[in-house]
Every structure is written in C-alpha cells, then in structure tokens.
Design a protein around this ligand. Structure first.
Ligand code: FE
Ligand code: CA
Length: 529
C-alpha cells in the first residue's frame, strides 16, 4: 500500500526513512515495515479466542491528514497486570478495524486487519488512507466476537481549502493520581471539536503512593505502581493505569489528537540524553529508549515515531486548509542541558536542535496559512529569567531566534503546557521591552489533573501578572478551546472547581478572549463566564 497521498508533502516531512533503522525489530516480529505501519496481513496469529474484553484501554485516532488517519488500540485483558503485559498471551492477535460515515456503521467505507504483537505491547496503529477531507468518520475494532468502543474523528481540510471555522482543544499534564479527569469528561462533551492538541506530560514517572501523592479519592494502586518507573514493562503499566481512565478514553474517542511530549514521559527535567536526577549518562539512554518506545505503543502516532533506540522524531506540521498551520515541536530530545551559570547566555545554546530549528523556520516562512500555531511544551513568556531553568527562559538565544522566525509570519500563536496554570499573554517582539510592539499570542492551557484542585489564584500569580503583557492567570484544572475563523481567534479557558473528591465538577468558563486577525491582542469577551 502506498503512503497516504494527502497526508503531508515530502518537503513538510522532517524524517529520514524509518524502515532501515527498524529492520531488526521488524525481522524479530516476522513482519515487514509496511505490514506494521499499515496493518495488513496477519502472520502467525493466535487461533483460539481471547477470554474477556481486550478493549479496556479504549481507542484513539491521531496523526491526521486530509485523507488519512492513524487509528490506535492496545489490547489488554487485565490492564493493570503487574508484569506490564496487560494480561495478554505472548502471541500475535489479529485485530480487525472498520471506518464508517455513520456511528451505526451502516455505511462502512474502509475495513482492514492489523496484527497486535507482544513486541509492541499488543498495540496496533493502522493508517487509513483514501478518506475525504474535512469529513467526520466513526471507527471501531474487533477481536473475535469482541467489539471495541466507537471512536470518532474528522479529517483535516484539503490543502488550500477555504475553511470557515476550526475548533481545537489544547490540554497537558495529566497526573492521574492528583485528581479525576473531569476536564476530559467535559472535553469529550464539547459539541464543536475538530482536533485535540496535547502539549506534554501525558504520564508521570513518579512512584504513586497512597497518603502521599495519591490525591484522587476512592482510587488505589497496586504495589507495582508504588515505584518510579524505569523499565519498559513499568512504562507500559503506567500508560495502562492512566489510559484505563474512562474520561480519558472518552476524550480520545471524541476527536483525533496530535502530540508533543515534555519531560515526564521519560523523567522530570531531563535534557537530551542527560538525567537531571543523577542517573549516570551511561545508563540514561536505555531509560529514554524504553520510555520513547512506550510512548509510541500507547498513542495514535504514525510509525515514524517508533524510536530507534533513544532517538525518534515526533515534531510534525499539520495544515488546516488555508486557515491554519499547526507545528508541533519537540523541546526535550534535542535541548542543551539546563544552564549552571553564565552559560545560559551562550548564543550557541539550543532548545530544538539545529535540524528541527531550521525545519520550523522554513515551515513558518513558507506558510500560506492565516494562523500559524506552534504546539510547544514549556513557557516562552520571560517570567523568571534569573531562576527558571527548564523553560525557554533558560535558552534565551534560542528563544530570540524563534521570535525572529515568527516576525513577519501571519498571526503567530504559541500553545503551551507544563506550568499547571492557565496563562494568556501578548508576547512582545523585543522581550526586553515589555510595553513595545506585540508579535504573537501565547496561550498556556493549565493541566488536566496535575496539582489537584488548585484555586482561582495562588502564590505564583504575581510572578506572572506583574508583567503588562500577561493578561490572565488562573490556577485550576481544565483545558483551552481555540476557535479559528479567517477573521478572528477565540480562546476560551474551560475550568473545573475541583478534581480530587470526584469527577462531578461542572464545566465553567474562567475567561475568554478575542484576537482579531492581524493583531496580537487578547480582548476580553465580556459575558463569556
Ligand atoms: Fe506537568
Ligand atoms: Ca513538564
């Protein structure tokens, strides 16, 4: 089967040919790269039926194109089994999938077969091609007579297509143990939603311990989860713990997702191949390799994200007709180590690495889109330039280069995660002149669960609000809705009052802003609350 015709142009594609580097793994699995990527044929598959429901981790769609989509599920009969195998037999299992124009599956437009193999934690990532642009579809999987929940996605508009409106949700930081995924419940119920943009910290690697960091009421964990995760099996179990949550599953079933990661998909504060927590450089690449592997296994990402040891490519660019270009960047894998002193101002220091930085510059400069959005993990706003060690503040030369790349680009918008707070800012073109010309809007989306209930405001508010370009600060859990039209962007901060006790907190709007095209303003929308 050929690659997706409409997914991305070759020039948009950042990667090398993934097949060579994965030859070893694929030979071990007895199947070809094309079979793995596209989900066709079923060699050596198990003949006897599975005992029970294998769809306990839900379904997902992602890596969207205008005619293609990656579907995902990971089979697990016993998702929290201590050995990380999900209670699955160590055999290949044949998985059938189908895509329909209606949720009753009367009008099935595509069907196929994928192989769930133990080497990839019984995940499948079939890439469906030949779909129609800007069209809603429903999908499901089947193993034997077991049928999965139904998921839904919308293909992207075709290149150059005039798009009257497009709505995305931005979310990050889902520490399952800090609270219920109430925000995902509301996200899944949004009536208009074309895409979910996830900005990092999909899992956290810490030990989960009752009486310590397990703030989610009426939840308990197994002994296998009471340790910091290090091995492939432990990362698989941790993903299973988070993904067994029904609200997260509902959010995945609602729309296609795109991803970047931050640090906690591997370990707090790591940089390139260096642990900030004292794991020797000789050992840490192994940790990265298994963490990146589990990231691939558990998310609806394309086969290009399957790592080759401790290296992979997850940055990517998505065109939403002529309305918007969304560039998801990887600020973790290629960054220089955090500064220890004056080396912070070294002009050579990089956040993205040279190759990705050049790619991003070209994607921005060549963009035909009205809105140009960067999906980014850590804050660009210069807030605590002297003490902040992990965000763009610690990489001022790299941030300056990115700001210059954004200058002159049509309507730049930076979407950000990481800080577990909602912040909206008008970024000045010259960061040393906070009252000067504005260049871009940065929208930080708070967390889904991390830091628990939070409050309307907290002790960090003044750090942010003392800058005139920061227009909003809010310290509860939630997500951000961004509605784009050719004329304006509307940003709505959805918030929930509590997450620790239960998942019943109602959907509230903490603030909403209008950004007219051609400006970098955040005009408050009165009456949105
Ligand atoms: Fe986080
Ligand atoms: Ca983080």
């Amino acid at each position: 089967m050929p690659p997706a015709a409409g997914r991305r142009s070759d020039s948009a594609h950042p990667r090398h040919d993934p097949r060579l580097s994965r030859r070893l793994l694929l030979q071990a699995g007895g199947i070809s790269a094309g079979t793995l990527a596209l989900g066709i044929n079923a060699p050596h598959a198990r003949a006897t039926p599975l005992a029970g429901d294998p769809f306990t981790l839900g379904v997902a769609a992602g890596s969207p194109g205008d005619q293609s989509m990656v579907l995902w599920t990971r089979l697990a009969l016993d998702p929290l089994a201590a050995d990380g195998h999900g209670g699955m037999p160590l055999e290949n299992v044949t998985v059938r999938w189908e895509v329909a124009r209606d949720k009753e599956f009367k009008d099935v437009v595509q069907r196929g077969t994928a192989v769930a193999q133990p080497a990839l934690a019984h995940s499948v990532h079939p890439q469906v091609t030949g779909l129609r642009p800007a069209t809603s579809y429903w999908y499901r999987f089947r193993v034997g007579d077991q049928i999965s929940p139904v998921g839904r996605f919308r293909t992207l508009p075709a290149a150059g297509q005039l798009v009257p409106e497009f709505t995305l949700a931005a979310a990050s930081c889902q520490a399952w143990y800090h609270g219920h995924f109430t925000a995902h419940r509301h996200l899944a119920a949004e009536s208009d939603l074309d895409l979910v943009v996830f900005l990092g910290d999909y899992i956290y690697e810490y030990a989960i311990v009752a009486g310590d960091n397990l703030w989610r009421k009426n939840a308990s964990v197994t002994a296998a989860e009471e340790v910091e995760i290090e091995t492939l099996e432990q990362y698989r179990l941790r993903y299973a713990r988070f993904k067994a949550d029904p609200q997260l599953q509902a959010a995945h079933a609602r729309a296609a997702w795109v991803f970047t990661w931050d640090d906690h998909e591997v370990e707090n504060g790591y940089a390139r191949r260096h642990s900030r927590d004292g794991i020797p450089d000789a050992l840490f690449p192994h940790r990265i390799a298994v963490a990146y592997r589990a990231f691939y296994e558990n998310l609806p990402v394309s086969v290009e994200a399957l790592p080759d040891g401790p290296s992979t490519t997850i940055y990517d660019s998505y065109d939403i007709g002529s309305l918007a270009r969304l560039m998801m960047i990887d600020g973790r894998q290629h960054r220089d180590l955090q500064p220890t002193g004056d080396d912070r101002y070294d002009p050579e220091r990089t956040m993205l690495g040279e190759t990705q930085e050049r790619w991003l510059h070209e994607r921005l400069q060549e963009s035909p889109a009205r809105w140009n959005m960067i999906g980014n993990a850590v804050s660009m706003i210069p807030v605590r330039p002297d003490t902040e060690l992990d965000s763009w503040d610690a990489y001022p030369a790299a941030r300056g280069r990115l700001m210059r790349s954004l200058d002159g680009v049509s309507n730049p918008v930076v979407l950000t995660g990481d800080i577990h707070r909602a912040v909206a800012a008008e970024l000045p073109a010259d960061l040393t002149d906070p009252t000067g010309r504005k260049l871009a809007v940065e929208l930080i989306c708070t967390s889904i669960g991390s830091d628990g209930d939070g409050a309307e405001t907290d002790g960090y508010a003044d750090d942010w609000l003392r800058y005139p370009y920061v227009r909003f600060y809010h310290a509860r859990r939630g997500y951000l809705l961004v509605r784009l039209t050719p004329e304006e962007m509307t940003s709505t901060y959805v918030s929930v009052e509590w997450v620790e006790a239960d998942d019943t907190a109602p959907r509230q709007v903490a603030a909403a802003f209008r950004t007219p095209a051609g400006t970098s303003r955040l005009d408050p929308i009165e009456g949105a609350l």
